[in-house]
Write a protein that binds this ligand. Structure first.
Ligand code: PLP
Length: 364
């Protein structure tokens, strides 16, 4: 069955970079082939560049963004450890659920949806947490939180705590500096600003986190000790753990090369310019943006659905008449907010104008 080509302007997946699509059709190699190992090492180097880290344990995990979340908690939480988790949307809430399943005593710090994480409230929640976690770019609300500020304050107040950041919607679209910010554990997903199909979860783990890791986590597949022996090698050389998704890694490598050629800062600026144009255009149409001003993500815009408009019908019309996918709101905002993504290959003026023009016509 031939599938229809769409312009994917929802919360992800987004249309991949052409280079990433071409990368999928590169010759398939074995996961222990020296040529593939060279490609994997280059991919990990390129990931370090976009993360802003020197962490040796930086790798693409097999699975979507949620597998990164799972690996983060599985390898760090011991039963009864206190995990302070900032919740300002759906994905902060998911972290609470995942952390609890690995035995964490979760201290949940709720914020109004649409607002950024409040550093003072998070740090006041517990005097000696083992882990503090927050979402950098909350895809459910379109809000960016200040992970640099959280890291700086955490180092002063609770220097022992590990800092975990969800960067699923920020990596490849927003400047990130894991080492400068003091982030110990971070994960992302390929299908958003990195401009690759869904299927990999870039992951980075600091030396500090490595020293304190759980040595035999309850999930074998995500045991970073075993994965590290494949990705980094070890006394016994590189050993098989699971079959690496070689085609997806080649695709990610191609997208990272594309990003490096444009320049990480230039790519972030392209996201900012496109997002700014979209947000200005929506306001010019008389629509109201949802996320708090000053904290809006350029790559994921949330906008309130006018009271007299059927949200689902508009999305359906955009899809069937214009081939454009935008997202519904998340949680209680499912029918009162739209989410419009301009990520990776789609972070462009022409895509901003395209969705503005189509929305203008549908709402007329
Ligand atoms: N965290 C954030 C901020 C996300 O936006 C998403 C997905 O949209 C996830 C985690 C989970 O990623 P996935 O759906 O790829 O498993």
């Amino acid at each position: 069955m031939a599938l229809t080509e769409r312009t994917l302007l929802g919360p992800g997946p987004s249309n991949p970079y052409p280079e990433a699509t071409a990368g999928l059709s590169a010759p398939l190699l074995g996961h222990l082939d020296p040529e593939f190992i060279g490609l994997l090492e280059r991919t990990c180097d390129r990931l370090r560049a976009v993360w802003g880290t020197a962490n040796p344990l930086t790798l693409p995990l097999s699975g979507t963004g949620s597998i990164g979340m799972e690996a983060a908690f599985a390898n760090t939480v011991r039963r009864g450890d206190v995990a302070v988790i900032a919740v300002n949307g759906l994905f902060g809430a998911r972290m609470c659920e995942v952390a609890a399943r690995y035995g964490a005593e979760v201290v949940r710090v709720d914020h109004a949806w649409g607002e950024p994480v409040d550093v003072e409230r998070v740090l006041a929640a517990h005097p000696a947490p083992a882990i503090v976690a927050a979402v950098h770019a909350e895809t459910s609300t379109g809000v960016r939180s200040d992970i640099a500020a959280l890291g700086a304050a955490l180092r002063e107040r609770s220097p022992e705590a590990l800092l975990l950041a969800d960067c699923v919607t920020s990596l490849g679209g927003t400047e990130i500096a894991l080492d400068a910010w003091g982030v110990d554990i971070a994960y992302s997903g390929t299908q958003k600003c990195l401009g690759v199909a869904p299927g990999l979860a870039p992951f980075s783990f600091s030396e500090r986190a490595w020293q304190r890791r759980v040595t035999a986590p309850p999930i074998w597949y995500l045991d970073l000790g075993l994965l590290g022996a494949y990705v980094r090698g070890g006394p016994g050389g590189r050993t098989y753990h699971h079959t690496a998704p070689v085609a997806m890694i080649a695709s990610l490598d191609a997208a990272l090369e594309r990003i490096a050629e444009e320049g990480v800062d230039a790519v972030a600026e392209r996201h900012r310019a496109a997002g700014r144009r979209l947000q200005e255009g929506l306001v010019e149409m008389g629509l109201e943006l949802f996320a708090a001003e000053g904290h809006r993500l350029p790559q994921l815009t949330t906008v309130r659905v006018p009271g007299d408009v059927d949200s689902a019908k508009v999305r359906e019309q955009l899809l069937t008449e214009y081939g454009i996918e935008i997202g519904a709101g998340a949680g209680e905002y499912a029918s009162s907010v739209w989410r419009i993504g301009l990520m990776g290959h789609n972070a462009r003026m022409d895509r901003a104008e395209l969705v503005l023009g189509a929305l203008r016509r549908v709402l007329r």
